[in-house]
Design a protein around this ligand. Sequence first.
Ligand code: 6PG
Length: 479
Amino acid sequence: ATANIGVVGLAVMGSNLARNLASREGNTVAVFNRHYDKTETLIGEHPEAGFVPASDYEAFAASLSKPRTAIIMVKAGAGTDAVITSLTEVFEPGDIIVDGGNALFTDTIRREKAVRETGINFVGAGISGGEEGALNGPSIMPGGSDESWVTLGPILRSIAAIAEGEPCVTHVGHDGAGHFVKMVHNGIEYADMQLIGEAYDLIRRGTDKSPAEIADVFADWNTGELESYLIEITAEVLRQVDADTRKPLVDVILDQAGAKGTGAWTVQTALDLGIPVSGIAEAVFARSLSSKPAQRAAASDLPGPSEAWTVDDPDAFISDVRDALYASKIIAYSQGFDEIVAGAAQYGWDIKKGDIAAIWRGGCIIRARFLNRITEAYADDADLTLLAAAPYFAEALGRTQEAWRRVVATAAQAGIPSPAFSSSLAYYDGLRADRLPAALIQAQRDFFGAHTYKRVDKEGTFHTLWSGDRSEIESVDTH
Ligand code: 6PG
């Protein structure tokens, strides 16, 4: 036994994570892949890493010092279960199996429970940052037992990205907590990307700027409060020219967005928890809509606005779009944190919101300057009811909301879809509203189903005898 950590699954994420581990002082890394040729390629290409290769699970287990610790980096789904089964056959009580893939958190809860029966620790760990992050420092969101964290903590801290001097990893909570938080991270990622897409589309259609010129706008935004990885790469993408056609690359890419499911999981879970993550939901739906060519073709002749759209002052418009993007982004994060709070309550996890914001400051796809502000908001008040209402964000929303309204109104009038901008604004106004038409909905429910309602002026549950004399009775029925 010579290695203190092992990696199973040597596709690009696994290989890069293994190389990252090997590059840190004190680690010796065992590597295993179902097909040995991949293992051979990796050790051939990276002799400096000093990998300990294994050709079967027995050899892999034998190469690891105790407690054996292995990180699985295979495609989420059935493949993960197969690897877990093989590892539990060769590991012993006290050893640690880490799933570093994008597993559905309920699968992680199920797997943790099953593996725990054997005395082996199972840890679901969300890992964000793509290929580059895996190699140079990702943001890591591990769940699992306190016992496993004792061994795993120092190893994960050694490879995580560093933000403000701190490694971007924390023990999120037990069993599926890590994968839950990673799922919400991805939901926010979807929202962020959609919001950037809407901003780009509005500027492209509203001004005569080319993609390369819009790249400069994003690069400029990236020097201020919007500074983030996704804004940065957007500028790079918009500058890219296609080698064949010499057109902007963004103009030759088919406009049908793919998705591997984590955004949809975030929304499905939020629906179950009753949390309105409307910005994230619109981002998921916008990808679905884009990928329906038949429906899009069927709708292509439907009428749009009769008047042509012109922007009088492009600079002012771009500034408004920037504000709309920032305000909507605040809402997306606020909704995401609401889902984390609700998930923690539902599944009994003690998740520290401030710590989550802190580990998202570096390494991950949604890393952004304003995560410092979120960390501060939770440091000021760990039980904050609404992130968007924390002083810093309240000020930002107050400053941007007029521009946000102008952009949403303009987009509607111009016939440019802005589902994430507009749904975020509707959410903001819904929360702000003194009275909501929910009162009317309660009355309708009572009318057709005697579902009862409560009153603003007295305690109790009431029902109006809609099909009788329409007098009101106090009801004990609360369905
Ligand atoms: C990350 C990313 C990563 C992956 C997404 C892409 O945090 O590093 O979120 O997990 O790139 O799953 O998701 P889609 O293919 O669904 O866009």
